[in-house]
Design a binder for this molecule. Structure first.
Ligand SMILES: [Zn+2]
Ligand SMILES: [Zn+2]
Ligand SMILES: [Zn+2]
Ligand SMILES: [Zn+2]
Length: 177
């Protein structure tokens, strides 16, 4: 490639205006500087111009491995000039847990909390321990004594839906023999 370029700035010993021919010695690449030599077509004055390194010209990022909740994703791109490949990791996103679904514990049975990821099929469960009975401190008369029959009293569990009793005691019949 030779082109004539007129540069009128010369104040050197000859009194003509240099008319340079331009010759590319080495193209600039992504890795190395280029070099262009200017030679005056009239007096042979030589100048060398260094062409700066050019930036890589990358393709757009392409997905190699899709990122998921558990696994990192991988992207890559390539320089169309020098072939350099770059990869980029996208960190795993972690699960996006939905609302807890709760199966309540009772006095004797443990309960369960379950939630599910909105993006994948992963579920996570936690056990809620059985509550244990909550017995009333006061006695309830289960059966009133009569003159002929003994009665009964006990302490009842206060939790709704539970029929458990403790400390069952006889209340002796009234009146005696
Ligand atoms: Zn010249
Ligand atoms: Zn490159
Ligand atoms: Zn998930
Ligand atoms: Zn209970």
């Amino acid at each position: 490639m030779v082109a004539a370029t007129a540069l009128g700035l010369c104040a050197c010993d000859s009194d003509h205006v240099h008319v340079y021919g331009q010759e590319v010695i080495r193209e600039a690449t992504c890795y190395s500087e280029g070099e262009v030599r200017l030679v005056c077509l009239e007096c042979g004055d030589v100048r060398t111009i260094v062409m700066p390194i050019v930036p890589h010209s990358f393709t757009v990022w392409e997905v190699v491995t899709e990122v998921t909740c558990n696994e990192d994703g991988l992207w890559k791109r390539r320089c169309t000039m020098c072939g350099l490949q770059q990869t980029g990791e996208i960190p795993a996103r972690g699960h996006d847990w939905g609302e807890w679904e709760i199966q309540e514990a009772t006095c004797e049975m443990s309960g369960l909390m379950v939630h599910k990821c909105t993006r994948c099929e992963e579920t996570e469960a936690r056990i809620i321990g059985a509550l244990g009975h909550l017995f009333d401190t006061a006695f309830t008369i289960d059966k009133h004594p009569t003159k002929t029959q003994d009665g009964q009293r006990s302490r009842h569990c206060l939790r709704p839906g539970c029929n458990a009793v403790t400390d069952v005691e006889i209340i002796h019949r009234l009146g005696g023999d």
